[in-house]
Design a protein around this ligand. Structure first.
Ligand code: FAD
Length: 326
């Protein structure tokens, strides 16, 4: 059973880009190809990195491509696969409580009132502000990065590429631009309560883009603010597992989290399928998810320690390295 607080087709604030490896990983796991209808226009993007010193030292990563998707449609596609596989999905049903004493019992609220569901295993896939995590670890500090993005009707001197911008006075992690049909999404991550504020940081990004890429914003279509995990990881407890953002699994250097959510979801399934009697599923899951958790941890250490000289070096290394054969 899958409980979702939103309606079918709920919106998730997202740039909707997947890096080179993601489609393969996701298709391997779900056993189906990402359909054309969920691809955005243009469906494929290059990858440009822009260091603190600006466009003069920016460049396109060789042999790299990025999948451009419509996030809400992509999620609907995944939900459709789950429905086809026989999953009982209840929309507009919010998990409110979880009792874990003898066995797990979820108390959720839907349009037809309260629902009590007993289950040996629970997977909290409920995002960065996870209710399930808050219940099993009430004392846990789960730091976040606030990500703000703006959708612009604009023009600019950009290729069909995802642009990653690195400059400490704009973002301590990343800023980005994504072409979507007749608009651009620009966005960046900030630490809560920081100076400059998110609005000021976005203003600085627009300014930088105008100076270096002739970015000419015509009309602001939409502004969105949400968050990504920034420096925590927890696999859960006993037979309550946490995956994706709820577990803290999101790349703080690029904001990439879709693939990690799908991968950790698979890891949780494997852990549960292989559980031996008397043993908690979290033991298996810790092993299954270890590789992703370590990668995210290392990236967090990098982002939290790097300065503009380090960002400059990072970009030059990425540009000279390329990724070999795509
Ligand atoms: C502005 C922004 C841009 C991003 N851009 C990208 C990108 O381009 N590419 C990328 O890979 N990643 C991107 N990310 C990160 C990515 O969106 C997340 O890492 C990813 O969505 C995590 O998936 P998830 O399933 O763990 O959580 P979510 O996608 O947040 O899903 C959690 C679900 O749980 C539901 N829920 C929450 N609480 C309850 C409850 N109590 N009861 C029932 N249901 C509940 C929510 O409604 C939601 O549907 C971006 C993030 C932000 C904020």
């Amino acid at each position: 059973m899958l409980l979702e607080q939103g309606a079918r087709g709920r919106h998730k604030a997202c740039g909707g880009v997947l890096p080179l490896v993601a489609p393969e990983v996701i298709e391997d796991i779900v056993g189906a190809s990402i359909p054309e209808e969920v691809r955005a226009d243009p469906p494929e993007l290059g990858l440009h990195y822009v260091p603190p010193s600006g466009r003069a030292n920016a460049g396109k990563v060789r042999n790299y491509k990025i999948y451009n998707i419509k996030r809400d449609e992509f999620d609907l596609w995944l939900l459709g696969l789950a429905e086809d596989a026989g999953v009982n999905i209840r929309y507009e049903t919010r998990v409110e409580e979880l009792r874990t004493s003898a066995k797990n019992e979820i108390i959720a609220r839907g349009s037809d009132g309260k629902l009590r569901i007993g289950s040996r295993f629970v997977v909290g896939a409920d995002g960065v502000r996870s209710t399930v995590r808050g219940i099993i670890f009430p004392e846990m500090d789960a730091p976040v990065m606030i990500v703000g993005q703006e959708h612009w009707d604009a023009t600019g001197d950009f290729e069909k590429s995802f642009y990653g911008f690195f400059r400490g006075d704009i973002s301590i992690s990343y800023a980005y631009l994504i072409p979507k049909r007749d608009k651009y999404i620009i966005g960046l991550g900030v630490v809560p309560h920081q100076i400059p504020s998110i609005a000021e940081a976005l203003k600085r990004l627009r300014q930088w883009l105008s100076e270096e890429f002739s970015f000419d914003p015509n009309r602001l279509l939409e502004t969105e603010v949400w968050a990504i995990p920034f420096g925590y990881f927890t696999p859960g407890k006993d037979n309550v597992l946490l995956v994706g953002d709820a577990a803290g699994l999101c790349n703080p250097l690029s904001g990439e989290g879709i693939r990690l959510a799908v991968e950790s979801g698979e890891a949780a399934c494997t852990a549960i399928a292989n559980v031996r009697s008397g043993r908690a599923a979290v033991k298996n899951y810790e092993k299954e998810v270890k590789g992703i958790a370590e990668m995210v941890k290392e990236l967090n250490v990098f982002v939290q320690g790097v300065d503009d000289a380090g960002r400059e070096k990072f970009v030059q290394e990425e540009l000279s390295r390329g990724v070999g054969l795509a």
